[in-house]
Design a protein around this ligand. Sequence first.
Ligand code: MG
Length: 299
Amino acid sequence: MRSIPYLWDGSSSGLPSAWKRQLDSARRVLAASDFDGTLSEIAARPETARAVPGAQAALAALGRRLGWEVAIVSGRALSDLRARCPVPGAWYIGSHGNQLAAPPGRRFKLPAPARFSAAARAELRKMARRWPGVVVEAKPVSVALHFRQAPQLESEILRAGRALARRYGYHPLLGKCMLELIVPGARNKGETIALLARQLAADAVIYFGDDRTDETVFALRTVPLLGVYVAPGKPEKTTTAFPETIASKSTKRERRPWPTRAHYWLAGPAEVVQTLQSLALKDSKNHRQAGSRPVKRKS
Ligand SMILES: [Mg+2]
């Protein structure tokens, strides 16, 4: 299988020249990024995750670039995401694409999805009481069980969670030390990015993400998209549909990087921030003056 290229290889501006031209000539660009693992390092507990230094300032600067819009995307609830990563002028997409908040003075309302049943949520909370270290995160269309602090409970949590998902007709989604149960008919990140891009009349989209759920964005073909996978090593390219909903695999057996539909990869949040900074500077002259030219990586 073919590998996808590292984003900064052979580039003097932090971006491949064809993409730099495409973004520079676009009338409107949507630059969107996942949060956990992409703008923040993965935290042991979800409530302690913070954007890495410079991330918020780089996104705000990019949003001020003429014709550019920025969006922050996450599986987190919208209120959590906005409080955790405030960026003036940004769009926010929470709950894996099922919640959206427009910046002040802008309007775009997503049709309301079905809500998670209160009875199922209560059942999950009751179950989690017997699992020390497991954090229950309730969101409008889903409930997530985080077990980073209790990885030894994984198979028990997956078994019980999948059984409950079957009873309620919910979709189980397996993340990094996390099982999330989602109502049917819920949107994914890709569908909501496509809706927002259409609403904004964006003729190019650049998207950064490190999760399985970000593959729904990388797979978009309705708008010119530059997909950047934040991965711990050189990922392979796949063209087949990605199984976003995984009910049976264990996170212990899941190896990253997985084959991806993204076009390029970067190694971590600090490199994402450097790329955002370079995009916020319009031309290579300013770029050099700012001294933020990314260093070519030795592979
Ligand atoms: Mg992530």
